[in-house]
Design a protein around this ligand. Sequence first.
Ligand code: GPV
Length: 830
Amino acid sequence: VEAEIPDSQKAAWKKHSAQGFKTKEEFENEAVRHIETTLARSLYNLDDGAVYGGTALAFRDRLVIDWNKTQQNQANADQKRVYYLSLEFLMGRALDNAMLNVGLKNVAKEGLAELGFRMEDIISQERDAALGNGGLGRLAACFLDSLASLDYPAWGYGLRYRYGIFKQEIVNGYQVEVPDYWLDFNPWEFPRHDVTVDIQFYGNVRKYTDDDGKQVSVWENGEIVTATAFDVPIPGYSTPTTNNLRLWSSKSSSGEFDFQKFNSGQYEGSVNDQQRAETISAVLYPNDNLESGKELRLKQQYFWCAASLHDIVRRFKKSKKAWKEFPQNVAIQLNDTHPTLAIPELQRILIDEEGLDWDTAWSIVVNTFGYTNHTVMSEALEKWSVPLVQSLLPRHLQIIYEINLHFLQYVERTFPKDRDMLRRVSIIEEGGSKMVRMAFLAIIGSHKVNGVAELHSDLIKTTIFKDFVKIYGEDKFTNVTNGITPRRWLHEANPRLSELIASKLGGYEFLKDLTLLHKIEAFADDKAFRKEFQDIKYANKVRLAKYIKEVNGVSVNPSSLFDIQVKRIHEYKRQQLNIFGVIHRYLTLKAMSPEERKKVQPRVSIFGGKAAPGYWMAKCIIHLVNEVGRVVNNDADIGDALKVIFIEDYNVSKCEIIAPASDISEHISTAGTEASGTSNMKFVLNGGLIIGTCDGANIEITREIGEDNIFLFGNLAEDVEEIRHQHTYQGVLLDESLEKVFDAIHGGMFGNSDEFKALTNTVINNDHWLTSADFASYIKTQDSIDVVFKNQEEWLRKAIVSVSRMGFFSSDRCIEEYAEAIWNAEPVKP
Ligand code: GPV
């Protein structure tokens, strides 16, 4: 195509092509131009919001110039491309990240100052892009940052939800969900009205024999919905590589609305189709670690998988290569089972549309896909009812049955004596109602399956996927321990700590190679370094205390020990264990004399996190935390000795203020339930210590930083089953201190005790999450934390050594592992 353009035309384009600003002057030019023209505002009609808009648009222009060059360059390079399919991308704010990654933050800061504005005020105008629930969605966002920073030719594919995760308000101590209108102003996306794909639902399958005597299936007569692409540029750090996140938005395929209906006076009816179509990408399902089985969710999954695959196949076909080369050119990673329909969809394209035979097509499919599992908990494993799939995706159900047939025939040949095996591993679960087990389909259709931390990857091999290890062998199953991007989670969140590290390491290389942090271990005993490290932590706590004062109206003393648990509210994550521990502490303080109380290490217990709107028990936990806070924070006997705070609407940008301000953070899931956890990494990287169970990545964090530097407690994963068994057959032996806590709750100390009955009863009745079984160990460990914290020198040493040993947990390391062991992909030099 390039060769066909006349030289004179090329020259004209080159002469006028956008360059993007480089200097402070040029930045101010661009920002002011956008404010005055794109946004139609003026010096006399300005606020931080408008200046944010102008600044963001100026940076967006920069990004899109790099984006264009990157796409051109990657197309020319003709290397294998990686596609990361995720229903969630929890991106947070983009401006600060864009400024850092293109290396123009200082230029912008000075420019803004000259225009009369402060950088922090402008950055904080941006609302989060919150297209995700929790760790799974944030992992996808960290991976995009690392893929671009390491120059991999990689695209993310997701859905452009009109409403991301709801905004959480706390009203009278209860969670209230409010819609998040995040698209009101979003300068980071480019609508591609020319990039559309028509997606079919329902309909029927017609079979016929063609002229060559071949059986052909045609899926037809369905409803059509159109997918439109919206592209979000993803800048790499310290490289011009700017990758793409393509988000699909749904709209009616018949244009705006039905003109016939409109003209015949049926005004309302005329918009029905349009609304039905737009509903598909309207809202993110707010469940974390729980599947809901709703038809609309299945529609979302197919809509997004089909649009993405169509796009990927279209790009491949431009290369004119043979189909068998597809897996050498394309790697598709499935973020959990949500995109599993991509497997039968690619098989359908290859056999129904491209005319390949089953076996050739299937080998292409398997070599293309990799599947990442994020949980072993049965309530989170996706299953779709066969009649639902039959009606929505009739051709896919046929293909799934055929995949299953081939697979079960193979299993039968290999394990002729184990008849029960066929029932256990079948993609179709028989029984009351037939279900499609998506995880099994994902395993069978992928060449690699990975867990997200060592313990978790071992658990999937020995529990839920045990039979598949027998069938396929160990090599199909692997581990890639999660990581986080040090750009956002160290440099952006904690600029002073980043600067201190850079001052000792002679630059910011460590943001590209986090293992370089090991060099600061040498300063763990350096007095001046410790002091500076301590000052930074204190300043970060002051910042958080200020926020808490503004929002919660509670004064907390920044010298107190800040104890933080922020994550989705879930019984398995055990915020209930934490709040029961807080109540125990309160009762203990109340029983003391004022003199004794003065000697106790003051503490601020901080909670934050959303509950799925339909998750009753999680909402009870939020309510209890708020009620305990109300009582404790207003108790004159207690004063600074204990404060209890619930931070409303926890999200990515709040985490950036919270993580740098912790002394201790809580990662206390029942052993064997948290696949990895990633906030544990964020907190340690920011100089806080951890109280945690032997679960998920806590185990590898312990291995890296040393067991002297972490507060571990509780039963081990290998003993959990046995304890639950005892609970079932011998009843729960309630911990004595916990019983006192329950007495206080039941006695109405924290308001109407009926509201908390469900919460205490589940512990008393079967204690599935080992809240009572782990309580004594938890309390004892919390007490030891008070003792160690009093010795600030020892505490600082632990914190500094821990930071220096966190290099392994960079998401850059994850991406290199995926590239090497799963994708077989290489970077493209920019
Ligand atoms: I499945 N995860 C999540 O955030 N949502 C889910 O629906 C499921 C898993 C999380 C796990 O709970 C974390 O342990 C893990 O660190 C994260 O996924 C990323 O792997």
